[in-house]
Write a protein that binds this ligand. Sequence first.
Ligand code: BGC
Length: 420
Amino acid sequence: MQRIIKDFHSEMKKGLAGSKSSLKMIPEYVERPSGKEKGEFLALDLGGTHFRVLSLRLKSGRKTEAPLSKKFILKKELIKGSGSKLFDFIAECIKAFIAEQKLGAGEKYNVGFTFSFPTKKKNIASGLLIRWTKGFKAKGVEGKDVVRLLNSALARKGVSNTKVVAIVNDTVGTFVTRSYKDPNCDMGVILGTGTNACYCEKIKNITKWKGGRTSSGEMVINIEWGNFDKLCLTAYDKQLDSASANPGEQILEKMVSGMYLGKLAGLVANSLIEQEILFNGQKKYIFCKSKNFKSEYASAIESDTSGKLSRTNTLLKKVGIKNSTYADRKLLQRVCAIVSRRAARISASAMAAVITKIDPHLSGKHTIAVDGSVYEKHSGFSKKIKSALIEIFKKKASKIKLKLTKDGSGKGAAIIAATV
Ligand code: BGC
């Protein structure tokens, strides 16, 4: 963990200087919210298995009304088809949401767009997609300004009462939502289908920045930490990477996030099956081309406390393993626990690196806003991160608070739209 922290610091510095680095360190054109934001705003959230639209009313005194929101499933054909189809679908969802919520037809809504992919920004309202991640492949989008693509789709679908005024990463939305209420918050983290983090950096440290001073002297930086690659890879990591949609990229993400944890545990299990250590020589694989060993399964197996691991047995039957012994199930449980423990320790090291970049001696208090299915739901994950932070910082770890910030990415985009 200490080695990861050291290498992370060095990659962060290079990224901030604009030199070659696995960390892109993207200036987001966003600062901490002032608390003066007011009005009704729309937010869009694209980046995982669903697309979400929400409307949020901000009142004075940093108060918000409960947001109205709707989720739409993103089918495989959409994320792997043509970009214009994907954006047409998004525009239709927005149109349906506006009609359903009876949002005033005569009014114009400013929209904050959470787009959770590495995006190069020229200002707050434009973002060029650098590269798809998390299995997204829609054609004709990489290298293009996604706000433009969305605006054209909205025009095609006849939606005229919206204006996309800000595009932000989901980590930034999560950070802004928490820091709206908590002045100690200086970092936002997503541990979900993908993983990433952002933090508040002093302008003087962003040596590649040419944009002049900001009012606070700070700027939110999207680290894109999923791409960090100074890590020791096992044979399973290499196998997973080479079979992925983006070999050689998003190395940390492939060891940590929900899209891959189950696959990794499945690959380790497959190797034990191959060596006839698991399932008594029956060559029945729990993970292969046609079968996905989901991260939810790995989490359920890890947390199984039922007698003889009978819940694991039921789950194994579901993935086609009819006969397993208690020893098999115990071994599989151990594999799942090891994979998620490593993921939590890598995540904690990356968090520790960012916090010590901001405050090398941990003199102050720090809140880290965290969202995502792995952090929220994966068995014991948040506890494992906390114990790794204690291992790193000893008593001083109590200065760091991790706060689950659910749906922060959507709410934060609405708050950011209000600052524009
Ligand atoms: C993307 C990031 C995003 C993260 C979490 C990664 O694959 O590159 O931009 O923040 O997933 O959604």
